[in-house]
Design a protein around this ligand. Structure first.
Ligand code: ADP
Length: 544
């Protein structure tokens, strides 16, 4: 027997309608090239999204067409998030930090009909134009006064593109399973792969982001969204903040800039912020050097790669801000697990608290997970057994977009293999020990590079640490610790390796340590193990 409840489609349009009615005056603050501190409201953003939808219709964009963006986080990108998806087209957010060949591959693979590009990224499109045959139009996200000079034909500013369009638009009634947006994962090997989100998955993911124990967000809060809108939908913040009525602050092209982020937190009285650990390291360094304390900041969301304890401690001790460590991936929209703590956590001994803090957390309702061995046999949730992490749920991708071959990640029907190696405690708390491709195999056993990195960044002279496997004649691979020291410090090999003793299993201790000025990062701001392995190819460990 069916229940007697309405079958309202779960569409992004419903988030927009709700926000427009209930939070029209909630501020949206952005840094853009044409305006260092632009202020608008959700009401105005959605009014302009209707003008955008009219302009897109005028130039012949239809249901299912892909519309590319190469843009930073700002109010115009937010208008595209809603205008494009809610008219039934597909918003394709492209990461401008990828190699130019990858950008061209992605735009062609997606067959984008239009590209909306930030003026600072426009030179990339100009250079690639002859390799982007699917693009019929290029719109620069600025006004006429700031439109870059170009020899390309037909390039217009966003403001002139939507100017003169009516404020009304009859949003179509969309099937909730219709595609809403598209994002390619960077892919360290092979071509990037497209993850195609739909309206339903986006709305369900947005609900899950709104739980208190997820992002701890509400109407009284102000979110600084540093995580890029071109990467995994900025962790869903462009949907969650309007749904909840949370004020949002977008840093535009300044997302890696300590002074700008500091100024925004202070002037906008930011309560919440979301971004990858490398960004928070930059911000914390700047605040320390400038003698700034973030009084308003309450919650910092960290994900994308493992968050070192030192970052959590500095936020807590210096700024009184609580760090929420989260794990996810583009293929999961991206939210998977969140590390919030149980009742009584505050009275735990510090060591037990610290061990809990660095974990990736429990699955948010909607995500199911399991760990399996190499033969696909499920492993117990005992906090020790480590295996390949698999997930399923309504916002986990069921396949990649237009992939020629079958994806190995979807080999087991109904499950997605994340490519991460993890253990799970009896209470469901998951801990990533490595990416499968970064695992260090010594004498047939796995060594967790993430555990070693976490332990090494606890050393007071160490700013950043990365661990990779180096070929070894006897053990197959042994760990090498690569360290960026804190400014003015030169930690010795003996003092850092000595510090690790007792913190990790004895046979995990790295065989050597090297000091570098900088650790290479991927296009999504993570430590590039691939690049490091290339850099240290042929490195001879002592005694090897
Ligand atoms: P890309 O690989 O292009 O950067 P994703 O953001 O989808 O794209 O990467 C997801 C991966 O990032 C996960 O599979 C995992 O390896 C890593 N990751 C994300 N969050 C965490 C975290 N909190 N701790 C450790 N690893 C993480």
């Amino acid at each position: 027997m069916h229940g007697l409840m309405m079958d309202s489609p779960l569409t992004i349009t419903s988030i927009m309608r709700h926000a427009e009615r209930c939070h029209p005056d909630t501020p949206v603050v952005s840094v853009t090239l044409d305006s260092p501190l632009h202020r608008t409201t959700y009401g105005e953003v959605f009014r302009r999204a209707r003008r955008l939808a009219n302009a897109l219709t005028r130039v012949g964009i239809r249901l299912g067409d892909r519309i590319g963006t190469l843009a930073w986080n700002d109010h115009r990108h937010l208008e595209l998030y809603y205008g494009v998806s809610c008219m039934g087209a597909v918003l394709h957010t492209v990461n401008p930090r990828l190699f130019p060949e990858q950008v061209a591959y992605i735009v062609n693979h997606a067959h984008d009909r239009m590209m909306f590009v930030d003026p600072l990224i426009f030179p990339l499109v100009e250079k690639l134009r002859s390799h982007l045959p699917s693009l019929e139009r290029i719109i620069v996200l600025t006004d006429d006064a700031h439109l870059p000079k170009t020899s390309l034909d037909g390039v217009v500013s966003y403001e002139s593109f939507i100017a003169g369009e009516p404020d009304d638009f009859d949003w179509p009634d969309l099937d909730e399973r219709s595609a809403s947006s598209l994002c390619y994962t960077s892919g360290t090997t092979g071509h990037p792969k497209g993850v195609l989100f739909n309206h339903r998955s986006t709305v369900l993911h947005t609900y899950a982001c709104g739980f208190k124990d997820t992002m701890n967000l509400g109407r009284q809060d102000t979110m600084l969204a540093v995580v890029p809108m071109f990467h995994a939908n900025a962790w869903g913040l462009p949907y969650t903040c309007p749904m909840l009525g949370t004020r949002v602050v977008f840093p535009g092209p300044k997302m890696g800039d300590g002074p700008t982020l500091t100024a925004l937190i202070q002037s906008e009285q930011v309560t919440h912020a979301g971004g990858v650990p490398t960004i928070w390291q930059v911000l914390l360094n700047h605040a320390r050097e400038a003698g700034v304390v973030f009084e308003s900041l309450q919650t910092v969301l960290v994900g994308g790669s493992a968050c070192p304890l030192s970052i959590m401690e500095e936020f807590r001790e210096r700024h009184g801000a609580h760090v929420i460590h989260a794990w996810g991936m583009t293929e999961m929209s991206p939210l998977g697990t969140i590390n919030t703590f149980p009742a009584g956590f505050d009275s735990w001994p510090k060591e037990r608290q610290d061990a809990q803090r660095v974990k990736q957390g429990r699955p948010v309702f909607g995500v199911e997970m399991k760990i399996v061995d190499d033969d696909g046999r499920e492993l117990p949730w005992d906090g020790k057994s480590a295996g390949i992490l698999k997930v399923r749920g309504p916002w986990v991708c069921s396949d990649y977009f237009k992939l020629d071959e079958k994806s190995s990640a979807h080999e087991e029907p109904g499950w997605f293999a994340t490519g991460d190696v993890a253990n799970i405690s009896p209470d469901g708390t998951m801990q990533i020990t490595d990416r499968a491709k970064d695992v260090i195999k010594s004498g047939g056993e796995w060594i967790s590079s993430i555990d070693l990195e976490n332990a090494a960044t606890g050393h007071p002279k160490v700013l950043q640490a990365a661990v990779i496997g180096i070929k070894h004649p006897k053990w197959d691979e042994r760990p090498l610790l690569i360290v960026v020291p804190r400014p003015g410090e030169t930690p010795s090999r003996e003092e850092v390796l000595g510090y690790l003793e007792g913190k990790v299993a004895k046979w995990w201790l790295p065989d050597d340590m090297v000091i570098v000025d900088k650790i290479p990062l991927t296009a999504t701001g993570k430590i590039s193990k691939l690049e490091l392995r290339k850099q240290f190819e042929g490195y001879r460990l002592p005694g090897a």
